[in-house]
Design a protein around this ligand. Structure first.
Ligand SMILES: C[S@@+](CC[C@H](N)C(=O)[O-])C[C@H]1O[C@@H](n2cnc3c(N)ncnc32)[C@H](O)[C@@H]1O
Length: 394
């Protein structure tokens, strides 16, 4: 097709404005019939379209529709780089260590007629970033989308990104970050974790904190622009400031969470107060600052209609919900756990949110968990509100 050779297990998918050669899903099914991207000769995961679409949208807002240079050091088929070029106006490099992935990237660049816009490479990700840095090319955007943890690539990315550039990171080792494997969390992310009712937010804050600490070691401040949880992965975007002073300022927001298992009370701590530790769990170090830059996310939402991007409206709705819930900084509570402590039946989530708002508190649903609520109400007020709602339903 169009001079680009297809293997027998290939198909052509369409995502956004990109066309890409990718493995036929029916060739790589598990016994339960679900497609397993890791079994295919090259990695293409259709579930990650959401991740790639959010990326295109944010880049459009951050770089005003074009004129920026990007690196995708772990590119798989190259579909992400192709979308960044076609939809957000970037030019750059798509790289993968696997020789077969490299072949897919080359063919997909040709299929989309982008030979003058994207260059394909076949290096280790860190070597690639190092070489680009030494060549003197200014890099505006680096997208790290590895298998599992992004930590092996953070220092090199922080070192290689240009002034004011943006780094995006995907982490799929959620079991480690959610504390199913505390030792691995300590090893990879340098943080003590616990199984808590807000474990998905704890994992995100540990990831963000660990990235900020690793980049600070290179005198680079990586300020979070947006960080969220989706499906089975975390995603975070950071603006890079090459300033030791700014890195020091960001480290002010690396702290701990004090958590009382019996009452579910949670509190941020800027530093460790050892005498508090016996009764409460202390988790961290982790990021205790904001997980969103409302201005940039507002611009990204607006750019969707302004630029008529071929992106599902649900992406803008997702970002709008994040804007609302992140007005509240306290980690979310799980309603089923709250009800257990209050000894009441579980009410509808919307009812308890309304009741807390009527009392003058902020309250919202959370994207982290369908059973979760976010609120700035103190724990006693939340428990009291649950008990009252139970009585009024009797
Ligand atoms: C999750 S996939 C990337 C998917 C791609 N970014 C997308 O959006 O479709 C991770 C890729 O990293 C590649 N990889 C693993 N270790 C690498 C390394 N050290 N350097 C470069 N690529 C690597 C794998 O071959 C794989 O294609």
């Amino acid at each position: 097709m169009e001079g680009v050779e297809l293997y027998e297990w290939d198909t052509i998918i369409i995502e956004g404005k990109a066309r890409a050669i990718a493995p036929r899903q029916e060739f790589f099914l598990r016994s339960d019939g679900v497609y397993e991207p890791a079994w295919a000769p090259v990695f293409y995961n259709p579930v990650m379209e959401h991740n790639r679409s959010v990326t295109v949208l944010l880049l459009t807002a951050l770089f005003n529709g074009g004129g920026f240079f990007f690196i995708e050091p772990l590119a798989g088929t190259g579909v992400r780089s192709i979308r960044i070029a076609l939809e957000a106006g970037g030019m750059g490099i798509a790289n993968d260590l696997e020789p077969l992935s490299y072949r897919y990237i080359v063919r997909n660049i040709a299929l989309n007629d982008l030979c003058n816009v994207i260059e394909a490479y076949n290096y280790d990700a860190n070597s690639l970033m190092n070489s680009v840095r030494n060549s003197g090319v200014v890099v505006d955007f680096i997208d790290l989308d590895p298998y599992g943890s992004p930590m092996p690539f953070i220092e090199e990315a922080a070192h290689s990104i240009g002034r004011g550039g943006v780094i995006a990171v995907t982490a799929t080792d959620t079991a480690t970050l959610n504390c199913n494997h505390p030792e691995a969390c300590r090893r990879r992310y340098g943080a003590w974790c616990k199984r808590v009712d807000f474990s998905k937010e704890m994992g995100l804050r540990i990831l963000v904190g660990s990235i900020i600490r690793a980049s600070a070691a290179k005198d680079v401040a990586l300020k979070p622009l947006i960080a969220y949880y989706k499906d089975y992965y975390y995603r975070a975007f950071f603006r890079a400031d090459k300033s030791a002073g700014r890195a020091d300022e960001l480290l002010e927001n690396i702290g701990y969470i004090k958590y009382d298992e019996s009452t579910l009370n949670r509190e941020y701590l800027a530093s460790l107060e050892i005498e508090e530790c016996d009764k409460h769990l202390v988790i961290g170090p982790l990021w205790i600052g904001s997980l969103i830059d409302a201005d940039i996310i507002g611009r990204a939402i607006a750019s969707m209609s302004e630029r008529r991007l071929p992106i599902d409206n649900r992406i803008a709705e997702f970002l709008e919900k994040l804007l609302i819930e992140y007005e509240i900084s306290t980690p979310y509570y799980r309603l089923d756990k709250l009800c257990k402590v209050a000894e009441v039946n579980m009410p509808q989530r919307s009812k308890i949110i309304e009741a807390l708002e009527e009392l003058g508190y902020k309250a919202s649903a959370t994207h982290f968990d369908p059973r979760g609520i976010r609120t700035n109400a103190p724990i006693n007020e939340i428990l009291c509100t649950l008990k009252k709602s139970q009585l009024s339903n009797q």
